[in-house]
Design a protein around this ligand. Structure first.
Ligand SMILES: NC(=O)c1ccc[n+]([C@@H]2O[C@H](COP(=O)([O-])OP(=O)(O)OC[C@H]3O[C@@H](n4cnc5c(N)ncnc54)[C@H](OP(=O)(O)O)[C@@H]3O)[C@@H](O)[C@H]2O)c1
Length: 364
């Protein structure tokens, strides 16, 4: 007999929607392998919460997916509840997934923990909030957030395993942006910077405003999550970052920004030529220690773990007391809703087992 695990999803963007599809597509295989069946009790976007005590029927979920694929919000659904309804329905054993891009979910997460729920976070914003507010995400045994860095790659769990077995992390080198990896590879192939950015934008690799990626701010968030997981309670101001455009361009419109980009072509071409003349590669890398870190374009060994990867591949090198000379390395594709959603599902399965073990004595 399969164990039914209630599940509430916050956020129906690409990650949330892909997660719903993956769970619907794989529920038989997952139940056969793990004995766990997730029951969609609640699903929400910013307009409200849809909730069914016995689980939202599959046909309704498919309709929601079709509607949200076409950018319609849940507010078209009959009987939509306000978000405050969550307080009435959270109960021990439920898994709450935060797939939003918002700081507003922290109070809900707190309430859910108090109610005995497990939490899976895909939302980097809350984890990169100031330490006094974000601390609970790193300390609580019923919170998982593997998909926030490197999508489905087992980076967070590896850092935790190292610390749990008494090792001490000394430094981390991380190339964790698929978009900037794509850009660096294009530059190495001789594509002018302005053309590489325009191509990445047209292929949907960047946000509609490419500065959201080129600012490096998203990498700073990921770097902060890695550092905090490594046991270093750093703040944003402990990390320096180098945007791939002049700071004065912040106030320009996207069109003005794109038009001005060719003026940066020669500068980036020269940096690539210099690195290549030294037998090295340029990558956008986060270097982290317990004291702080730097995030920016860096010349790295061409045949190293980071320099030898091309395109959107992610690579993280972890140096510890046990891995001093040769780092522990985790590499692979690190972008895209499919693998990110799979990372969320793996966290859900782990939590489901822990929650069931906690509930069992109560059920006897
Ligand atoms: N897409 C990727 O491949 C990717 C890669 C790496 C990391 N991530 C991270 O994963 C998270 C989700 O990504 P995404 O691309 O799916 O995000 P997204 O497109 O920004 O979608 C966010 C979703 O959250 C909903 N939302 C906002 N506030 C809410 C609230 N208070 N309660 C319930 N729902 C709320 C939004 O609803 P409305 O539409 O109604 O506003 C929307 O459905 C983000 O933090 C992102 O940084 C995504």
């Amino acid at each position: 007999m399969d164990i039914q695990v209630p599940f509430i999803l916050l956020g129906l963007g690409p990650v949330g929607r892909t997660l719903v599809r993956q769970i619907l597509d794989t529920h038989k295989t997952v139940a056969q392998r793990t004995g766990i069946q997730f029951v969609f009790e609640g699903i929400s976007d910013s307009s409200g919460l849809m909730w069914e005590n016995d689980g939202i029927p599959e046909e309704m979920l498919q309709k929601i997916l079709r509607d949200t694929d076409e950018h319609r919000r849940l507010n078209g659904v009959a009987d939509l509840h306000p978000h405050a309804k969550l307080n009435d329905i959270l109960r021990p054993g439920t898994i709450l997934v935060d797939a939003t891009h918002s700081l507003e979910t922290t109070p809900v997460v707190k309430d859910a923990l108090e109610a005995g729920c497990g939490i899976v976070v895909a939302n980097k914003i809350t984890l990169a909030d100031e330490w006094s507010k974000a601390k609970m995400y790193y300390d609580h045994p019923l919170i998982r957030y593997e998909a926030t860095v490197g999508a489905g790659l087992p980076i967070i769990s590896t850092l935790r395993y190292l610390l749990d077995t008494g090792d001490e992390i000394t430094s981390i080198e991380a190339s964790v942006s698929g978009t900037l990896g794509f850009l660096c590879t294009a530059l190495e192939l001789g594509v002018p910077y302005s053309v590489a950015v325009a191509n990445a934008k047209n292929m949907g690799y960047t946000e509609p405003d490419p500065r959201d990626d080129l600012s490096g701010y998203d990498i700073v968030r990921k770097a902060l999550i890695l550092a905090r997981t490594a046991g270093w309670p750093l703040e944003m101001h402990n990390l320096t970052s180098e945007p791939m455009y002049p700071p004065t361009w912040v106030s320009r419109t996207v069109e003005e920004f794109m038009t001005a980009l060719p003026s940066l072509d020669e500068m980036y071409a020269a940096q690539v030529r210099l690195a290549q003349s030294e037998g090295r590669s340029l990558r956008y890398v986060a270097h982290l220690t317990s004291k702080g870190g730097r995030v920016g374009l860096t010349s790295v060994a061409k045949d190293g773990h980071i320099g030898s990867k091309s395109g959107p591949a992610n690579s993280v090198e972890i140096f510890t007391h046990r891995y001093q000379e040769m780092p522990l390395v985790i590499s692979g594709p690190g972008a895209g809703p499919e693998i990110k959603a799979a990372g969320v599902m793996e966290d859900m399965l782990q939590l489901a087992n822990i929650l069931q073990n906690r509930l069992q004595p109560m059920n006897l």
